[in-house]
Design a protein around this ligand. Structure first.
Ligand code: PEP
Ligand code: MN
Length: 336
């Protein structure tokens, strides 16, 4: 159920509607927009009789939601969400670039990459402290030793830190040391983790599961929002197909598909989406051309000796070229 308030509705009228919803035992999600406020109702297993809200002061209309998701939709919020991360935004006018190594390996590596990221004008540094590897014998990330390096990067370069949380315990540490919590493809349907980050004050970057349909992915975002955290960024990172020429098949059609349904920002990860360095820049260009709000790319100062995902990492030089090209494309798409 979705309650749309009149453009003239006053704050006390909105508060009253919220109170009525809560008194009935449901959760009210008030979404102020440019022209009107809408209130999404969750916590109901069955249908609610919407007529009880229709006569409340300030209510324009009550809409029964027939789709499985409610809070992620443009019906609830027709204005696009810009997720604020301090003084930076993902989903605003500026193309958001999130770049860094797959994993933080050591201080010299991380700082060398962070310097390149800073020089490109990007605002976000990504790097895994905890890595969800397919093999238990592969490098699992520096773990807690990585936080000191992250703190130095944040202080030295003023970059916002994006890093993955694997479980409840690591969410707490990510909350303490980072600016955006990444939920990886392998955890996209970990409902208890989604609920946990839904209670966080930090924005959540939600990667698409490697076999997730669009609906499953959007419902994962809905899990986070239903807990009250509305700062969710979707990240298309490719899905499993029969293709053998790539690590994953980057589903660029997901970008316009998501934008048709949801107000949430969507970014593209051409690194995991292809698994090959030579494909990353062309796919990044394509991602921006189809309307992505940003990109997440892996960069390494020495890809040949990287402890993880070296075969898809860009060198700093290749990365600078990518940034230049995608910014030019963004200018063209914005002016159209
Ligand atoms: C990553 O971003 O380093 C990562 C592990 O990606 P994904 O969860 O998409 O596999
Ligand atoms: Mn990686």
């Amino acid at each position: 159920m979705l309650i749309v308030m009149k453009p003239s509705a006053t704050a006390p009228e909105i508060d009253h509607v919220v109170k009525v919803v809560e008194t009935l035992g449901f959760r009210a999600h008030s979404m102020p927009g440019a022209t009107r406020t809408a209130i999404g109702i969750t916590g109901n297993d069955g249908t609610i009789d919407g007529r009880r809200f229709e006569n409340l002061a300030g209510v324009a209309e009550v809409i029964r939601v027939t789709k499985p998701y409610k809070l992620i939709t443009l019906d609830l919020q027709p204005d696009r969400t810009g997720v604020r991360v301090g003084d930076a935004t993902i989903g605003g006018n500026e193309l958001a670039i999130i770049a860094g190594p797959c994993a933080i390996e050591n201080r010299d590596q991380a700082l060398a990459v962070a310097k390149a990221v800073k020089e490109s004008g990007a605002r976000f540094f990504r790097g895994g402290v905890y890595k969800p590897r397919s093999s238990p014998y592969s490098f699992q990330g520096l773990g807690d030793k990585g936080w000191e390096i992250m703190a130095e990067i944040r202080d030295t370069f003023g970059l916002k830190i994006v890093t993955e949380a694997l479980d409840d315990a690591s969410v707490e540490l990510v909350e303490r040391h980072a600016d955006v919590i990444q939920i990886g493809a392998r955890n996209m349907q970990n409902s208890s983790l989604l609920k946990r980050v839904g209670k966080s004050k930090l924005p959540v970057l939600l990667k698409r599961g490697m076999a997730a349909t669009l609906e499953e992915w959007l419902l994962a975002a809905e899990y986070i929002m239903a807990e009250g955290n509305y700062n969710v960024i979707l990240c298309e990172r490719g899905v499993r197909t029969f293709a053998q020429h790539t690590r994953n098949t980057l589903d660029l059609a997901a970008v316009p598909a998501v934008r048709r349904i949801s107000h949430l920002p969507i970014i593209v990860d051409p690194s995991h989406g292809s698994g090959n360095t030579y494909m990353v820049t062309p796919l990044a260009r394509a991602g921006v051309a189809v309307g992505a709000d940003g990109l997440m790319v892996e960069v390494h100062n020495e890809p040949d000796v990287a402890l993880s995902d070296g075969v898809q990492a860009l060198t700093p030089e290749q990365y600078h070229e990518l940034v230049e090209q995608v910014r030019a494309i963004r200018e063209i798409t914005e002016s159209n």
